[in-house]
Design a protein around this ligand. Structure first.
Ligand SMILES: *Cc1c(COP(=O)(O)O)cnc(C)c1O
Length: 383
């Protein structure tokens, strides 16, 4: 077999092109057209959040959150160090200082036990990332935040459809950001959404998303003309992409059930090998239903991980490492990352590899991936 099993392949439901053609015929190509409204309604139903706004990306939804926080220079925002640059960048771009927090060795989520000690008078927000769609420990995090008047924001790029104690992710923070980038479970190439759980932030969210204008109030007839009233930017998703996104959202259950099937097959087939050779697999606490966003293995160090990825590549299977620890990145170091102590993030950043997981992964290709993984014998144990 010479064909390569790719790490990721964006899934198409087959309905996208019909909806795109319909959007083009309808003539409303800018944001907030009929498909935006249908996609927002469906997203509302999936998440249980009444106020949902489509955005151009998750990065931009996080930037909206940063604007809504009205940060002052020198304010501090706690972020896990094991995440994508946007989680920190959105807040750094508004003058805040990201404070990098280490992750838990089991779920790879922000370690809630380290939050209290990182708080100062300048702490304004805690941004949590539900890694792989496995929930953070939200109870203690929300408790600390409420006691200190700090805002919690969820970067829920991985967690659409996941729950904690039966409650959907994206409903815990004042605000949550979703991603519809082509690497995510539901995608439209580039896209995102802001979920607004704090009703006090709804009106201003519309203004921030509409270039700082009160256009939404104008369109609803509340005022006779619209004007510039606040800071903001143009964060609206084109209705063409919303049409594509609607097709995906309408197939959410089918996409998720396929992803869960693949995820569970990996777990079942790799468990024995992993415990025998001392490799870590995803940990999902019993209170969590995960989103089947990714499936990873945790190796002892960078050398083992490099050998693992090469072993799969030799067998025609692509795998991928993930985040480079933000506090060790050139930008993170400029923002004070050298003072951060994040040993778990460093080990996971070096030792983690992700396996192919997408609805179109065939059974035989997954079998090849599993076979390639289990031929690997690490020299050092991760655990
Ligand atoms: C993908 C991702 C983002 C960025 O999403 P975009 O829609 O590409 O801006 C942010 N945070 C996390 C955790 C992600 O995985």
């Amino acid at each position: 077999m010479s064909n390569v099993v790719p790490f990721n392949r964006p899934h198409l439901t087959g309905v996208e092109s019909g909806y795109l053609a319909e959007a083009m015929r309808g003539g409303h190509l800018a944001g907030d057209g009929p498909f935006t409204s249908r996609a927002e309604q469906l997203l509302s139903k999936i998440t249980g959040v009444a106020d949902v706004l489509l955005t151009t990306s998750c990065t931009h939804a996080l930037e909206m959150a940063a604007i809504l926080l009205a940060l002052d220079p020198g304010d501090e925002v706690l972020v896990p160090s094991f995440t994508f640059s946007s989680t920190a960048n959105a807040f750094a771009g508004r003058g805040a200082r990201p404070v990098f927090i280490d992750i838990r060795p089991d779920t790879l989520n922000i370690d809630e036990r380290l939050i209290e000690a990182a708080l100062t008078e300048r702490t304004r927000a805690i941004v949590v990332v539900h890694y792989g769609g496995v929930a953070c420990e939200m109870d203690p995090i929300l408790e600390i935040a409420a006691a200190r008047g700090i805002t919690v924001i969820e970067d829920n790029a991985h967690g659409l459809g996941a729950t904690l104690g039966g409650q959907p992710l994206g409903t815990f923070g004042a605000l949550a950001a979703q991603s519809f980038h082509q690497t995510k479970n539901i995608q439209c190439g580039e896209g995102g959404a802001l979920l607004i759980n704090n009703p006090d932030l709804v009106d201003r969210s519309h203004i921030v998303r509409q270039s700082g204008t009160n256009r939404t109030a104008f369109l609803s007839g509340a005022i006779d003309r619209y004007t510039w009233v606040d800071t903001g930017s143009s964060y609206l998703l084109s209705d063409l992409l919303a049409a594509f996104l609607l097709a995906q959202l309408e197939h959410f259950d089918r996409i998720q059930s396929r992803r869960h099937h693949i995820w569970s097959t990996y777990e079942r087939e790799l468990n024995g090998w992993a415990s025998e050779v001392g490799v870590g697999l995803p940990v999902v606490p019993s209170s969590c239903e995960h989103a089947a966003h990714s499936f990873h293995v945790l190796l002892a160090d960078l050398e083992e991980r490099t050998a693992f990825i090469a072993n799969l590549a030799d067998r025609g299977v692509q795998s991928a490492f993930h985040y480079v620890a933000l506090h060790r990145s050139p930008m993170g170091l400029k923002l004070g990352g050298a003072h951060a102590r994040c040993p778990v993030t460093e080990a996971v950043s070096d030792g983690l590899a992700r396996l192919p997981l997408y609805p179109d992964l065939s059974e035989s290709d997954q079998a090849r991936a599993i076979e390639a993984v289990t031929t690997f014998r690490p020299r050092r144990r991760h655990r």
